[in-house]
Write a protein that binds this ligand. Sequence first.
Ligand SMILES: Nc1ccn([C@@H]2O[C@H](COP(=O)(O)OP(=O)(O)OP(=O)(O)O)[C@@H](O)[C@H]2O)c(=O)n1
Ligand SMILES: C[C@](O)(CO)[C@H](O)COP(=O)(O)O
Length: 237
Amino acid sequence: MEYSVVIPAAGQGKRMNAGKNKQWIELNGRPLIAHTLSVFEQDPWCREIILAVNRLEQAQFQELAENGRFQKIARIVEGGAERQHSVFEGLKAVQQTDLALIHDGARPFVERENIHELVLKANETGAAILAVPLKDTVKKATGGTVSETVDRASLWAVQTPQAFRLPIVLDAHRVAAEADFLGTDDASLVEKMNYPVSIVEGDYLNIKLTTVHDILFANAILAQREREKHDSSGTRL
Ligand SMILES: Nc1ccn([C@@H]2O[C@H](COP(=O)(O)OP(=O)(O)OP(=O)(O)O)[C@@H](O)[C@H]2O)c(=O)n1
Ligand SMILES: C[C@](O)(CO)[C@H](O)COP(=O)(O)O
């Protein structure tokens, strides 16, 4: 089952506080974005990768595409001020397939089996997202005082990729742009169109590198994966 993937990588990584776009942080000697790109480069279902980048970093990403031998990068488009704008630019450049995935450049650990499960679900329903059940107890508070403990039984922590039939997600982005609506993910725009979005249970290790603490977790995940490669008897997390 084939798909195109849009990878927004045009952020500034303000919460990471690294003084540069976090896509260039090195993990095991390779930039974070190279880890993410490799997942899709190596997935036989992926037809093309569309990267959305900051105009000032276009040359750097072009060089990475060539030197990293990422042959599936079909287009590098200019991103926008917000993630949503970057994704919209990427979606407009999709050519190869009817099924579009959107995946954060800053989520390098997504596993192929989760991607495939998601793709199959989106092919069936038109819109699907990866998510994991919330593990924490969640409370609402105003002015530092708890007002409510929320029942977590129906709460999910949402990840990427998110997968949609291309016309559905393009339409949702167009309508959101016209209404000046900004969502933190793409599914929220599709939900606004009253289109049902299916959940596919993902993996807790599919983290997004957001703050500096996530670099610790990322290195631990990479070390665990190395152990698994060399020791088939090792417990898989
Ligand atoms: N204008 C933007 C903002 C974000 N992104 C991308 O969207 C993904 C998820 O966003 P986030 O983790 O918020 O990244 P940043 O915007 O870089 O981080 P911050 O919000 O801390 O500045 C990242 O791969 C990021 O590069 C993008 O393409 N264009
Ligand atoms: C799209 C996303 O990764 C889903 O978890 C996320 O919403 C991106 O934005 P955030 O502001 O870092 O939550």
